[in-house]
Design a protein around this ligand. Structure first.
Ligand SMILES: Cc1ncc(COP(=O)(O)O)c(C=O)c1O
Length: 410
């Protein structure tokens, strides 16, 4: 029956990735592959109480259909938070509640991308975003990331050479997968370029509040002068991913269209969950909760970095993120991280990571991989990195250090 499937499904082959996650779920392996929060840090009892109280307080009407845009009281809290935590001045009307950040990405892709339309993604980028964009069959232009986020010089050249580009997708805070953060100067420059070349920026920032060192920066949307930045964030990493609740901030014209699109997909997000989150925020100081999880994640990050310093070969480089979930490791050129994983790392070191290729739109860069440090405890992290490092010592012959600077993919 394959002949009946749409082309976009056929070109979207995720079998490699499915295999990696299947292997990493094996309890015999230490998996740094998933991008999971630590489940011991979920405020489960508080959320349980919040669900109960929300249902009791509102009564039967909570089980009724509700607005597509989502619970006004929760949108108001998020508007206040955008002002205090991201220096973005918005009202509740500028916010759409979505089923996770993932739905927000899909909505923006649906809003903007016709088949073949041109867009910019970081190289590497969040593979879930690529999966969402792929179904709209865009033409990708890949702009490399360095220690200060997306390379603005390459972005400028790319926009100049391809004025048909409509959209820039970026993860500016503790980037998935490299952990790097876009500097304030580059944020301003990106908005200026978007204005100059008539482009929309999709700022995807689910890790923004998970900072373990350094100073917070304003969102890219803070610099937005023409309503061309769409901001996305989520409760997945700061409360729980099972809530499937994220939010999108957009200017009024775009918002009307986005609400229409969401209505056509799922009518509304589950109102009971939105009410429970709203009640949780009334009953608890979420910043205190975030401070607690940040302390735990800081220790895990530090455990992973110390183990990398201690056990990894000197010709393997890695990022040192100030927050978020991930560290990006670069192997010497010529080494295929995917093949290494399947042939030696899983069977001999019993460790899993996410190889580079599926995190690039071009699929061209192979000598790197992503490590997650949030889901395991520091002792297991250290043991896993030791096992991996000792194996890499035998696999990686000393050569000059490689960097990941992919060519732009056309
Ligand atoms: C950069 C980025 N955006 C969006 C998401 C989607 O998250 P959710 O749909 O759970 O909010 C993730 C999840 O890992 C992510 O890393």
């Amino acid at each position: 029956m394959k002949e009946l499937l749409a082309q976009r499904v056929l070109t979207n082959d995720t079998s490699d990735l499915d295999e990696i996650f299947k292997n990493s779920a094996n309890p015999a392996n230490i998996s740094f592959a998933g991008g999971f929060p630590d489940q011991h840090l979920f405020p489960a009892a508080e959320l349980q109480q919040a669900y109960r109280d929300a249902i009791e307080t509102t009564g039967p009407s909570l089980f009724q259909y509700a607005s597509t845009q989502g619970l006004p009281a929760l949108r108001q809290k998020l508007a206040d938070r955008m002002r205090s935590h991201a220096s973005v001045d918005v009202t509740a009307d500028d916010i759409l509640l979505t089923q996770g950040g993932q739905q927000a990405i899909d909505l923006v892709a649906k809003l903007l991308l016709n088949h073949g339309d041109a867009m910019v993604v970081e190289g590497p980028t969040y593979m879930g975003a690529l999966a969402a964009f792929d179904t709209y069959e865009p033409t990708y232009y890949e702009v490399p990331v360095d220690n200060h986020g997306m390379d603005i010089k390459v972005l400028r050249q790319t926009l100049k050479a391809h004025p048909e580009i409509k959209l820039i997708y970026t993860v500016p805070d503790f980037h998935n997968p490299t952990g790097t953060t876009l500097s304030a100067k580059r944020r301003q420059a990106m908005v200026a370029l978007a204005n100059q070349y008539n482009v929309i920026i999709l700022e995807d920032s689910p890790y923004r509040d998970l900072r373990y060192s350094g100073q917070a920066l304003p969102a890219i949307k803070h610099y937005d002068t023409e309503g061309r930045v769409i901001f996305i964030s989520s409760f997945s990493k700061i409360l729980s991913p099972a809530l499937r609740t994220g939010w999108l901030v957009a200017s009024p014209t775009l918002m009307t269209q986005l609400i229409g699109l969401k209505s056509a997909i799922d009518v509304q997000s589950p109102n009971i969950t939105l009410a429970a989150i709203n009640t949780y925020l009334d009953q608890h100081d979420i910043d205190q909760h975030i401070a607690t999880i940040n302390q735990a994640y800081r220790e895990k990050r530090d455990a992973m970095l110390s183990a990398l310093d201690r056990y990894f070969p000197k010709n393997v480089t890695y990022t040192r993120p100030n927050g978020g979930f991930f560290i990006w490791v670069t192997l010497p050129t010529g080494i295929d991280a995917q093949q290494l994983l399947t042939d030696v790392v899983l069977p001999q070191a019993h460790v899993a990571y996410v190889p580079a290729a599926c995190q690039f739109a071009s699929r061209q860069v192979k000598n790197a991989f992503r490590l997650n440090f949030t889901s395991l405890d520091p002792v297991t992290i250290t043991r896993g990195i030791q096992q991996l490092g000792q194996l890499l010592q035998t696999q990686v012959t000393p050569k000059p250090t490689a960097t990941w600077t992919p060519a732009i993919q056309l």
